[in-house]
Write a new protein. Structure first.
Length: 241
C-alpha cells in the first residue's frame, strides 16, 4: 500500500460515509457578532424570513444569518472522492484527497462538496478544502449556506395536472463544465428519476417527482450537482422574467 492510499484509508476511518455533520453549531450562533448590515438587521429581528432576503437580491455573507432564520436546515455530503479497494475497483468516500510535494515531504488536502436545503423550496451548494476531512466538510456546509436560492415548484406534467408543488413547472436546462442536464416535470408518484447523488439536491430542494436527462462526464459529481443547481436557479429566474 502506498503512502497516499494509507492516508486515504485513515481519513475514511475518521469520516464514515453515513456520518452527518451538524448544520448549526449552537455555541457559534450564541457568540455571533454581525459584521454586515444584513446580519445586523437579522440579529435585531428586523428581518425574520429568508425568503425576504432572497426576494430582495441581497447577498448573504454570514452563515449565521441562515442559522438564525433556518435552524432546521438539512445537509447532505456529495461523495466526490474515491478509494482503491483491496480487490481492485474503487469505493466512493465523502472527501477527495490530494497531495502536493514540498521540501518537508508530502502535504495532503481534503476537499468536500455539500448541499443544504429545507426540503421546501430553499437549496444551496458549497465546496470547502482543509487539511482535515472534518474541517473540509464543515467549511463546505458553511459556504453552501451563502449560496442559497429559491426553487420554483409546481405541476408542469400534462399527465398529472393536480396543481400541487410536487414537481417543477416546466422543462429547464442547466450546465457546468462538460455536464449538461435537462430537468423535466413528472406526474405524481414517479419519484426522482436520477442517480443517488443527484437525488440529494433535488430532495433537499423539495422536489418529489422529476425526470432528468444528463450529458457529458457525469462521473465528475461536482459538475453534475452544479449543473442541477444551475437548472434549479433558472426556474426562479425565468418565473421572475
Amino acid at each position: 500500500m502506498t503512502e497516499e492510499e494509507a492516508v486515504e484509508e485513515k481519513h475514511e476511518e475518521e469520516i464514515p460515509v453515513t456520518e452527518e455533520v451538524p448544520t448549526v453549531i449552537p455555541s457559534a450562533l450564541e457568540k455571533w457578532k454581525p459584521k454586515t448590515s444584513l446580519g445586523k438587521e437579522v440579529f435585531e429581528g428586523k428581518i425574520t424570513s429568508i425568503e425576504e432576503i432572497l426576494d430582495s437580491g441581497r447577498k448573504i455573507k454570514e452563515p449565521e444569518i441562515v442559522d438564525k432564520l433556518l435552524p432546521n436546515l438539512k445537509n447532505e455530503i456529495i461523495l466526490i472522492g474515491r478509494r482503491t479497494g483491496k480487490g481492485g475497483g474503487a469505493q466512493r468516500i465523502p472527501v477527495k484527497i490530494t497531495a502536493t510535494m514540498h521540501k518537508s515531504g508530502r502535504r495532503f488536502k481534503a476537499t468536500a462538496f455539500s448541499v443544504v436545503g429545507n426540503e421546501d423550496g430553499i437549496v444551496g451548494i458549497g465546496k470547502g478544502s482543509a487539511p482535515e476531512p472534518r474541517d473540509a466538510i464543515a467549511k463546505s456546509i458553511q459556504r453552501a449556506k451563502l449560496n442559497l436560492i429559491k426553487v420554483k415548484r409546481g405541476c408542469g406534467s400534462w399527465e398529472c395536472g393536480c396543481g400541487e408543488n410536487h414537481s417543477i413547472p416546466f422543462k429547464v436546462e442547466g450546465k457546468s463544465g462538460s455536464v449538461r442536464v435537462i430537468l423535466m416535470p413528472a406526474p405524481k408518484g414517479v419519484g426522482i428519476v436520477a442517480s443517488d447523488e443527484a437525488k440529494k439536491i433535488l430532495r433537499l430542494a423539495g422536489i418529489k417527482d422529476v425526470w432528468i436527462k444528463t450529458f457529458g462526464k457525469t462521473a465528475t459529481r461536482m459538475n453534475l450537482i452544479s449543473a442541477i443547481y444551475d437548472a434549479l436557479k433558472k426556474l426562479y429566474i425565468y418565473d421572475k422574467g
